[in-house]
Write a protein that binds this ligand. Structure first.
Ligand SMILES: *[C@@H]1O[C@H](CO)[C@@H](O)[C@H](O)[C@H]1NC(C)=O
Ligand SMILES: *[C@@H]1O[C@H](CO)[C@@H](O)[C@H](O)[C@H]1NC(C)=O
Ligand SMILES: *[C@@H]1O[C@H](CO)[C@@H](O)[C@H](O)[C@H]1NC(C)=O
Ligand SMILES: *[C@@H]1O[C@H](CO)[C@@H](O)[C@H](O)[C@H]1NC(C)=O
Length: 330
């Protein structure tokens, strides 16, 4: 018993460092995590994040969003985003840029501005072109969350002023700024079959038929324990059938607190199912956690009473979910 336990303790550091390595053995590009600059005063957090055996890719949670990157018209601030890129380069990690056009976390001059169709399209093009050019060679969420859950276009400032014209404008500007960037449209609740997934299929079909550059569909994967949709696999297949790649871009699987042993076991199974699904779809290139630890998860702030959504707990220790991910890649 104590001998076995000793062997387990010796092996633990080995198994605790393989999520990205195992993903790459399955011909995926990466297994990664979102991260946010204010978290980096936690040296243990950064040490785990920088272990490329586990994490081969980073997404900046906030520091490339519009309010951070263009706080005043035409005045760009790359400081926070540059720091994430430097960390990724130092570690040898792939970057997903996040994001060019989203209705949220906009500076006031955009969210409260008065525009003509032409002037706002110009602003969108200049914004996307400038940030994609500054951070070249990346995967980019060019368009983030364009849809309502019923499949209609979200009535953002961009949609209200330009109709859907902002979407091809942003994608074309991004392509012109960096021909090698991978250009994604990213949204949530694309895991289940229904009007939102259908709307994404229709949008990408229309864009491709018009020669608009689009390389990928990002399936965010903000899920609830015990409720991973069975349709995830058929949706990923339907997306890749359009001639684009897919990625799970913001995975976390939350629960109603307190976390119990049973819920953590179910969560392990849910992570296993999501990763196995990506593994089984050849056009699914990678999976990104929306931060790897409950210590810095956005979930408790966004969903009061819920949490424990990540594979590492608040003390940076691995949870059963870690082994759900590892088992599925292996
Ligand atoms: C990091 O900074 C935050 C405030 O920005 C603080 O709450 C936290 O205690 C700091 N953590 C460490 C490990 O110093
Ligand atoms: C640019 O962004 C950094 C990081 O968020 C911030 O500390 C700095 O104050 C900003 N610079 C300006 C001129 O706003
Ligand atoms: C867009 O228009 C709709 C319908 O008129 C309105 O409800 C919504 O507040 C507008 N959105 C913005 C960001 O102005
Ligand atoms: C905005 O302009 C573009 C062409 O530049 C056009 O395709 C689109 O229909 C216009 N949108 C609206 C709401 O008029």
């Amino acid at each position: 018993m104590s001998k076995l336990f000793g062997a387990f303790l010796v092996l633990l550091p080995l198994v605790a460092g393989q999520l990205n390595r195992a993903a790459k053995e399955d011909k995926k590009l990466y297994f990664g995590s979102a991260t946010d600059n204010p978290e980096w005063n936690d040296t243990e957090y950064v040490r785990i994040l920088s272990n490329t055996a586990n994490f081969g890719q980073l997404t900046p949670a906030n520091s490339m969003k519009w309010d951070a990157t263009e706080p005043e018209p035409g005045v760009f601030n790359f400081t926070g985003g540059d720091q994430v890129v430097q960390l990724a380069e130092r570690n040898g990690q792939i970057m997903r840029g996040h994001n060019c056009v989203w209705y949220n976390q906009l500076p006031d001059w955009v969210s409260s501005g008065t525009f003509t169709n032409a002037s706002l399209l110009n602003i969108v093009e200049n914004h996307c072109s400038t940030i994609v050019n500054h951070w070249r060679g990346k995967i980019w969420d060019v368009i983030n969350e364009p849809f309502n859950d019923d499949g209609t276009f979200r009535e953002t400032i961009f949609f209200n002023v330009t109709g859907t014209a902002y979407i091809p404008a942003a994608l074309r500007a991004a392509r012109a700024a960096d021909p090698h960037a991978k250009l994604y449209i990213n949204d949530y609740n694309l895991e289940e079959a229904g009007p939102k997934a259908t709307a994404m299929i229709n949008l990408v079909t229309a864009l491709k038929s018009q020669g608009v550059p689009v390389d990928g569909i990002g399936v965010q994967g903000h899920l609830f324990v015990g409720e991973v949709p069975d349709s995830l696999e058929s949706n990923l297949q339907a997306f890749t059938a359009l001639g684009v790649e897919v990625a799970i871009t913001e995975l976390d699987i939350r629960m109603t607190l307190p976390a119990t042993e049973a819920l953590l076991e179910q969560q392990k199974q849910d992570y296993f199912n999501v990763i196995s699904t990506c593994k089984g779809v050849s056009g699914c290139v990678g999976v990104t956690l929306w931060d790897y630890t409950d210590k810095f998860s956005w979930v408790p702030g966004a969903f009061p009473g819920q949490g424990a959504a990540c594979p590492w707990d608040e003390n940076l220790n691995i949870k059963p979910a870690f082994f759900g991910i590892l088992d599925s890649w292996q």
